[in-house]
Write a protein that binds this ligand. Structure first.
Ligand SMILES: NC(=O)C1=CN([C@@H]2O[C@H](COP(=O)(O)OP(=O)(O)OC[C@H]3O[C@@H](n4cnc5c(N)ncnc54)[C@H](O)[C@@H]3O)[C@@H](O)[C@H]2O)C=CC1
Ligand SMILES: O=C(O)c1cccc(O)c1O
Length: 291
């Protein structure tokens, strides 16, 4: 695909779900992909990132054993540890120094990053009255600060090269109030506006920045929400207690597959979208616009 073949793409949150689908789509389209995720940083011990039931959902390398070659200092993991031929990098987007090191390592290993896709995100549901400070902070640390850290590190390098495209995966929750998702929705609104402002700053350098805002997408994040593993009743809040009613809320009649989101990302980072910047594209089966 134009603007993708032979280019280096950095994808965060790449281990599973939407991020893994984005890696797959980019690799298939001919990009060389750096797949950044927590993998096994040891940060999985951070209880703030665990679901409230204590289940550890931190992804492990899909194959190729441990990601021990991949460190916070930006080394790469063993070949084949990420799916689709992508090269895995262990990265916690909350850590600005680690982000700098990893972006430098990716450029050293693979070449100049021309495509950045910010996918890493967490959903720590709960109504406002029950939201502890730490859950608010962790939500923003990943969903807002993380997007800032990685975009800044990449944008600084793209700017003198006058070439590149950035897409941030937001959420349709950023534009429609949701019970039990205030911190998450606010963090996604922040990430979206940040990305669009960056797009304005970088437009004179020929660099485009857009947002893809999915609705319900079949990943472990959504399943955790539906399984009601949080104490705050997010399942009921989200689904109104009736999964059928929830589907009625999606005019196209189904929850998205991660590939539905990846295709929109692929378009926006390709040259097909050469005159599109600062856009926030809903990919939610019409859910947000049904009213
Ligand atoms: N699944 C859904 O219905 C929707 C998801 N989204 C967004 O799409 C993105 C991907 O979500 P899913 O694939 O559904 O979730 P997921 O939970 O399956 O995947 C998220 C990935 O981000 C990684 N991650 C989390 N914290 C990180 C950190 N500090 N540093 C690096 N990586 C980190 C996780 O390890 C995981 O691999 C998220 O930003 C999410 O908010 C948006 C709308 C709907
Ligand atoms: O719309 C949703 O169901 C949803 C679920 C989890 C995370 C999100 O961002 C969502 O938009």
């Amino acid at each position: 695909m134009d603007g993708i073949v032979g280019r280096v793409a950095l994808v965060t949150g790449a281990a599973r779900g939407i991020g893994a689908a984005v890696c797959e789509a980019l690799t298939t389209a001919g990009a060389r992909v750096a797949a950044a995720d927590l993998w096994t940083t040891g940060r999985e011990a951070d209880t703030a990132l665990r679901p409230a039931d204590g289940t550890d959902t931190t992804p492990q390398p899909a194959s190729g054993g441990t990601a021990s070659g991949s460190t916070m200092s930006g080394g790469t993991a063993p070949e084949g540890a990420a799916s689709g031929g992508a090269v895995p990098y262990t990265l916690d987007v909350r850590d600005p120094a680690a982000v700098e090191e990893t972006v430098a390592a990716v450029e050293r290993d693979l070449g100049p990053v021309d495509i950045l896709v910010n996918v890493a995100g967490v959903l720590l549901p709960g109504q406002v009255g029950e939201t502890a400070d730490d859950r608010w902070r962790q939500t923003f640390a990943v969903n807002a600060d993380g997007v800032f850290h990685v975009s800044r590190a990449v944008a600084r390098r793209m700017t003198p090269r006058r070439r590149g495209a950035i897409v941030t995966v937001g959420s349709n929750a950023a534009s429609v109030p949701r019970i039990g998702m205030a911190a998450y929705a606010a963090s996604k609104a922040a990430a979206s506006m940040f990305t669009r402002c960056l797009g304005l700053e970088l437009s004179r350098h020929g660099i485009r920045c857009n947002v893809v805002s999915p609705g319900s997408t079949d990943t472990s994040m959504l399943r955790a929400l539906w399984e009601g593993t949080d104490p705050a009743g997010a399942r009921e809040a989200t689904l109104d207690g009736d999964p059928a009613a929830f589907r009625v809320g999606i005019p196209l009649g189904r929850v998205a597959d991660p590939r539905d989101i990846a295709d929109a990302v692929l378009f926006l980072v390709s040259d097909r979208a050469r005159h599109i910047t600062m856009h926030d594209l809903l990919v939610d089966g019409g859910a947000t616009l049904r009213a």
